[in-house]
Design a protein around this ligand. Structure first.
Ligand code: URA
Length: 187
């Protein structure tokens, strides 16, 4: 059993509304030595059904862009701020984000990635602990302390944003390209 298996959450009842809405807990996926960690908001319907993050339409957009920049999905780690699907796909509440923070910080600590890429407003604001205009700031890299450790974080728009607004495509592509470069620089 690898260390990452320890952070596979198998039972959690901290968020009463999410215990009701989820069909299962959706843990992060990907290798234990991945250089890049993508962090989304929380599972949607497809993820709740399949038990893996980003396997629905947003996941297809992410997978395609990863391939384009030579970062195969199997070589990166992908996780979410909350591991249970919120009802009607609403945003997770502050309390739910806080309830799940320990699992995310532990995943980050064990993985020790070169770069954390936040996909969309919720994970970006959650990890930077400030308001962020994600579309404007996408592609920028910030140093941030997460848990006890300084980390490098790259802001990215959510892949779903490109489905609703074509003008976000280039922003998304450029940010993912930057993630690949940051991973490559460090080997
Ligand atoms: N959107 C997210 O933020 N996370 C997923 O896992 C799927 C869609």
């Amino acid at each position: 059993m690898g260390e990452m298996d320890d952070l596979c959450v198998t039972d959690c009842t901290r968020c009463p509304a999410l215990v009701e809405s989820r069909s299962q807990i959706v843990n992060g996926t990907g290798p234990e030595d991945a250089d890049v960690l993508f962090v989304g908001e929380g599972p949607g319907a497809r993820e709740d059904e399949g038990g893996e993050p980003f396997v629905g339409r947003s996941g297809s957009v992410l997978d395609e862009q990863l391939r384009t920049v030579g970062l195969d999905r199997d070589t990166v780690r992908i996780t979410n701020c909350v591991r249970c699907r919120p009802p009607e796909n609403r945003d997770p509440t502050k309390a739910e984000l806080e309830n799940c923070r320990g699992y995310l910080v532990r995943e980050i600590d064990l993985l020790d990635p070169d770069v954390i890429v936040t996909l969309g407003k919720v994970p970006t604001e959650h990890l930077l602990e400030r308001d962020v205009a994600v579309t404007k700031e996408a592609g920028s890299v910030e140093d941030v302390r997460i848990g006890d450790t300084p980390r490098r974080l790259l802001i990215c728009v959510h892949p779903a944003a490109t489905l609703y607004d074509r003008s976000q495509e280039e922003t998304f592509q450029n940010a993912i390209q930057r993630a690949a470069e940051l991973a490559d620089v460090d080997g």
